[in-house]
Design a protein around this ligand. Sequence first.
Ligand SMILES: NC(=O)c1ccc[n+]([C@@H]2O[C@H](COP(=O)([O-])OP(=O)(O)OC[C@H]3O[C@@H](n4cnc5c(N)ncnc54)[C@H](O)[C@@H]3O)[C@@H](O)[C@H]2O)c1
Length: 308
Amino acid sequence: MREGKLNVLITGVAGFIGSNLADRLVAAEHRVVGIDNLECGRKDQVPGGVEFHKADIRSKDIYPLFKGIDRVFHLAAKNCLPDCQADPVETMDINVTGTANVFEAARLANVPRTMYAESSAVEEGDERLKGFYAISKLTDARIAEGYRAAFEMDVVSLRYFNLYGPRQDYRRKSPPVMSKLIIAFLKGKQPVIFEGDDENKRDFVYVDDINDFHMLCLSDDRVKNKMFRLGSGESTSIKEVYDTIVKVMGVTPDPIMKPRGAEDPPVATLADWSEAKKLGWAPKTSLEEGLRAQVDWMKAEFKKGNIK
Ligand SMILES: NC(=O)c1ccc[n+]([C@@H]2O[C@H](COP(=O)([O-])OP(=O)(O)OC[C@H]3O[C@@H](n4cnc5c(N)ncnc54)[C@H](O)[C@@H]3O)[C@@H](O)[C@H]2O)c1
């Protein structure tokens, strides 16, 4: 292996964030080992050059794959919220037991640093915290604490806000809002927006900006055992997202406006990314630029007949 090149293992490598990260790591000539059970991920998204293993993070069969690994990015999870609500036991099995199993594999192989995906869902208020996805991610944070305390492991928590960009998983039962709107326009259907969507705001951040932080985690020892909130630092309403997609796609807006359910009050999220800023990281992609890249990718998916 050439100097400065690392052995990096990604769980969830066939998913949205994992496959984008794999692209960056392969381009930088690191050796990349990827694990995914392909439950939601797509094998065709895993870049050539990745040593891919179809495996489940809950299985001890993954342990040998961690031998000689320098950095782990643990991204595999069950994360479609309605699916998590429908099956709390499987959510805990994958997101909690699976995460403990990945940490254990890293411990047994003496991996010097492990990054894992947290979520802003843990700080979106009491109602969101009653959801099983948020509970699982909150529990992961406690497990990380346990591994740091008991084994002096270097475990870095990446608290992602709302990531978007090419390969966002539009196939799930409840697709992320950007994918949902773009699909409606691609199919020539009227997109649905809800009353109050001008107050319903999220911190949306472009996936490759997050990759800049991932790359920094490889070699910057200041990340050791810290938690980083990763977002754009801007809270953008769903209405603004809608308007930007209309502009980027050059379509005529004609949405169906629906009343908002009481169980889904507007919320606003905003990442305080000051800890990441101290290390020299900053998001740099504008919403329009990022959406242009996502729209181009989704247009290509549509052309291939992948978007039904
Ligand atoms: N995308 C976001 O905006 C966002 C925000 C906050 C947190 N996160 C977290 O970041 C991580 C990556 O998210 P993503 O958007 O890339 O999700 P994704 O669904 O696109 O990718 C997850 C991958 O994990 C795989 N997987 C699921 N269960 C598995 C198992 N038991 N064994 C092996 N592989 C399994 C899936 O097949 C999929 O390829 C997740 O932990 C997610 O909770 C994402």
